[in-house]
Design a protein around this ligand. Structure first.
Ligand code: DC
Length: 223
């Protein structure tokens, strides 16, 4: 029997990683955060002084980036050329670079291959933008998770404030709008709801309610 896969897609700030992580724990599956892989690639480009618009340089730099995923105490660890970069990939600079460089076909093909490999080896809850539509078209459960731009911006804002980082709600909202636009308008494998995905708007759900709903869907798909 093959492994079970849950594809969770949606825009920035929809709470995918939070609910995906909890869902994976509840199911006893491995959680795969594909955004973190694109972020690790972005960090590699930034470190090499590459401009987001220089697709030639980005493609060349793909050759020198080795991104791998391991798990430690249930946490996903992203290794960039062997270095744990978990603590370095959540900055606004990396977010912006990841949003632009992830539109590059070479970058995507490299990451997609790695994602498909992971899903072949374990039961996974995988979150991203194109998991149900492109990476794992045969996923057992596909959900497109979203929330209003205002709710998503407020969540990011609260997160940053809780971390003691100064930020502006208006600026975060603007960045989210920009990223939504770029993620859904890129030519290759854009952010799109797969035809057979269930649309779930969690603007008015608590994290626990959201996890519970997803868990029930997974349970009925398993039976
Ligand atoms: O989910 P996130 O914010 O960590 O993702 C970072 C960027 O990577 C985001 O701009 C979209 C992109 N991404 C993607 O293109 N495909 C994925 N499967 C996951 C993320």
């Amino acid at each position: 029997m093959g492994y079970f896969s849950i594809a969770l897609d949606g825009p920035a700030g929809a709470g995918k990683s939070t609910v995906a992580k909890k869902l994976a724990t509840k199911l006893g599956y491995i959680y795969v955060d594909t955004g973190a892989m694109y972020r690790a690639m972005a960090l590699h480009f930034i470190r090499n002084g590459i401009s987001a618009e220089d697709s030639g340089a980005i493609e060349a730099a793909c050759e020198t980036a080795d991104v791998t995923i391991t798990h430690q105490n249930g946490e996903q660890v992203v290794l960039l050329n062997g270095e744990n970069v978990n603590g370095l990939i959540r900055t606004e600079e990396v977010s912006q670079m990841a949003s632009i460089s992830s539109a590059n076909k070479q970058v995507r093909l490299k990451m997609v291959e790695l994602q498909r490999q992971l899903a072949k080896q374990e039961n996974v809850v995988m979150d991203g933008r194109d998991i149900g539509s492109y990476v794992l078209p045969d996923a057992n459960v596909k959900v497109f998770l979203t929330a209003s731009v205002e709710v998503r911006a407020k969540r990011r804002y609260d997160e940053q404030i809780a971390k003691g980082m100064e930020c502006s709600l208006a600026e975060i909202e603007e960045n989210i709008r920009e990223r939504d636009y770029r993620d859904s308008h890129r030519e290759f494998a854009p952010l799109v709801q797969a035809e057979d995905a269930v649309l779930m708007d969690n603007s008015d759900m608590t994290i626990e309610e959201n996890v519970e709903k997803l868990y029930e869907m997974c349970m009925s798909a398993q039976n």
